[in-house]
Design a protein around this ligand. Sequence first.
Ligand code: PMP
Length: 388
Amino acid sequence: NNKLLMIPGPIEFEPEVLRAMSLKTSSHVAPDFIEIFGNSLELMRTIWKSPTGQPFIVTGTGTLAMDMAAANLIEQDDKVLVISTGYFGKRFNDIMDRYGAKTTILEAPVGEIVSLKTIENELQNKQYKALTITHVDTSTGVRVDPKPIAKLAQKYNCLSILDGVCSVAGEEIRQDEWGLDMVLTGSQKAIGVPPGLALLMASEKAMQTWKNRKTPVGSYYADWSNWFTIMKAYEERRPSYFGTPPVNLIVALETSLKIILKEGMDMRVERHCKLAEAFRTGLAKMGLKFLPDSAANSANTLTAAYYPDGIDGSALLSKLSHKDVVVAGGLLSELKTSYFRVGHMGSVSPNDLIAVLGALERTLLELGHDIEAGKSIAAFQHELLRSN
Ligand code: PMP
């Protein structure tokens, strides 16, 4: 299987990261591994731009990271405002519900964002304990600007929780400067490590909120009482144990975090931005229309585009896969068969995106769509040359 994996996670991983995965598994209390774990926690602070944050690395997926945020910060009947731009906003609402929160969900129409005015009106209406933001909703490709929302949250003394599963290490995030209380992700997207790690960064205020709880955390596995001491021990380079860490994944994580920081976060965000814009310039030349209602609301980490009129989506996906390019179908139940998604994050290169455009052009021509071969690639090239 040598197909180019261009779904919005898991992504194509650096060979060096995959090699790190395959090294001999060591003890989780071996000095070398303790150093790797401790270093990974420190590198996370640089990537999240959160020198004062408390990082957590836990076995699980992005959903566990969301679950942990809810389990530790929320108590029965706390009010939570969920700002939703798609499927993953609704998931946060369900998770908050499960921990007894009284949630209010502000749902944007597909492709749009919730206005700051609407959010502020709601914050004035009730004293919310926390609000959640999906930075990039992977179901729609919509990106929200977390900065002004975090500011509003501070103004109304409410915690801000950012689902950064499809954004951390791909989109701009300045956790401390923006005042975000929780920024969480999974390993398999722009962090560039195979699936299996939940990564979280809690602000001092979030940690204080957890410490001041009146009731116990309603999940044994997710409880920070178990994990906080473990993270502290690894940072202090001491052996410790709660649940056996996924040794190979963490060795791979340290490798990937170093690769990310070698590029530098600012450069990395800029690269994602230029590639995303050039890619969409190319797609537009094929007559494709996008789910997000504007360029400003479009993610740099993936693109969600409608199939052209008269084109059968499942035929398109299967033909693309036969050309060794794998992209993802739709995720929103109401629109599932009318759009597809292409991930472009992590170590993605212009060559990868040219391969996608080329395979897509041939596929659309085979399906009878009236386009000119090579035009989208030319547009991509020109846009990239212009922006670089
Ligand atoms: N939030 C967002 C924005 C996501 O894209 C995803 C995964 N696609 C999740 C949460 C859930 O992550 P996981 O599938 O790793 O549980």
